[in-house]
Ligand binder design. Structure first.
Ligand code: PMP
Length: 381
């Protein structure tokens, strides 16, 4: 039920609500409460060299970050780290491009390697694979129905950005050496989705941005089985940026360590905190969307090995749709709410992607405006 006071609030708050990007500021409150527990001191003479560990294939990876990554995956149980190479990147954005580059180079053909992702897909993949106009690979769009012969790379995002679904490959060519897959597990963490298995794929991408919300550090990592692929990814990063900021790596290592230490705590468990916050936001959003022309996906429950119970999914983005024939991104823009157009994700005008990770006050204004749109529509009738 929509309260009439909402209309008054909307008139008072005139700001633009930008939920187009997935800027994860929602978690600031938690880290503020952690006070100085994650503070890192770096002196003027520290971290000056390009090199971190000359004996490591990824020589610009800080050993303490490698350790923290392995320990965190071990504690959460979401991905296998044994017998694989860790490649650190300036965000997983750089790593995704490094992986596409490495796989295309190793495919060794003359024709560009096709790159596909099942719609709706993470729209940035399009820019990542087209912006530099590489002759080695070519964005071929939607993986559903892709049947071109020759080498290809499928990008699998699970849980998926933008629609939160659990994904597997859709171009199924088992035993085909020309079929390569990059798994993007940016959101495979217990505050977003039940951890149902320990992932064990050839190339798995993770990002610090979406675990704890520290997107500004620009740290991501890849877990890579094949040595040659890892080597080529490292080469790409060296040409691109001669390694990755050590200050960022040291800060990330510290925060991941605290995350791991507190992840079984009754009072300080970040994943518990994040899950409760996301649950609360999703419940309030579903309440507004209920009995309206808006739609939201439903997600199956799953047994979460981390929490030891059956849980629902609370994705980082809402894949908001409408039953009407309308351009939803523009409808929302008129209410001063910015969202990502479904068309950019390989979908249609009736869908948009809305970030669920904004600060609380911004999320509240979004809900009020959505409720207001519902109210206006019901008055129209
Ligand atoms: N993959 C997915 C699916 C994402 O949603 C994002 C962030 N929006 C990234 C990768 C990139 O993350 P990063 O900040 O590490 O570059």
């Amino acid at each position: 039920m929509v309260k009439v006071e909402n209309t008054k609030n909307i008139a008072m708050s005139d700001c633009i609500v930008n939920l187009d990007h997935g800027d994860p500021t929602a978690y600031e409150e938690y880290w503020r409460k952690m006070g100085d527990r994650c503070t890192v001191t770096i002196r003027g003479c520290d971290l000056m060299s390009y090199f971190s560990d000359v004996n490591n294939l990824c020589w610009f990876l800080e050993p303490e970050l490698a350790e923290a990554i392995k320990e965190l995956h071990g504690a959460v149980g979401n991905a296998a780290t044994e017998d694989r190479y860790i490649v650190v990147g300036t965000g997983s954005t750089q790593l995704c491009q490094a992986a596409v580059h490495a796989l295309s180079l190793l495919a060794g053909g003359i024709e560009p390697v096709s790159v596909v992702a099942a719609a709706p897909y993470y729209s940035t993949y399009v820019e990542e694979t087209t912006y530099v106009r590489s002759g080695m690979y070519k964005w071929e769009g939607d993986a559903w129905g892709f049947d071109k012969k020759g080498p290809f790379i499928e990008l699998v995002t699970s849980p998926n950005n933008p629609d939160g679904t659990i994904r597997e490959t859709v171009v199924n060519r088992p035993n085909d050496d020309e079929a390569k897959v990059i798994h993007d597990f940016a959101y495979y963490w217990p505050h977003y989705t039940p951890i149902t298995r320990c992932q064990d794929h050839d190339i798995m991408l993770f990002t610090f941005s979406k675990i704890t919300g520290h997107a500004g550090s620009r740290i991501g990592w890849a877990l890579v089985k094949d040595k040659e692929v890892a080597k080529k990814m490292v080469e790409y990063i060296v040409v691109n940026s001669i390694g990755v900021s050590k200050e960022s790596q040291v800060r990330t290592a510290k925060i991941l360590k605290v995350l791991k230490e507190t992840c079984q705590s009754e009072t300080e468990n970040f994943f518990e905190y994040g899950r409760e916050m996301m649950k609360n936001r999703w419940e309030r959003l579903r309440e507004v969307v209920k009995e309206s022309d808006f739609t939201l996906p439903k997600y199956p429950e799953g047994y979460c090995n981390f929490f030891g119970k059956t849980l629902e999914s609370y994705p980082a983005f809402a894949w908001l749709g409408t039953k009407e024939e309308t351009d939803l991104v523009n409808d929302l823009r008129r209410q001063k709410v910015m969202s990502r157009a479904g068309e950019r994700c390989g979908s249609d005008k009736k869908h948009v992607r809305v970030s669920m990770l904004s600060r609380e006050d911004v999320f509240n204004v979004f809900l009020e405006r959505l409720a207001n749109m519902k109210l206006i529509k019901s008055i129209d009738l």
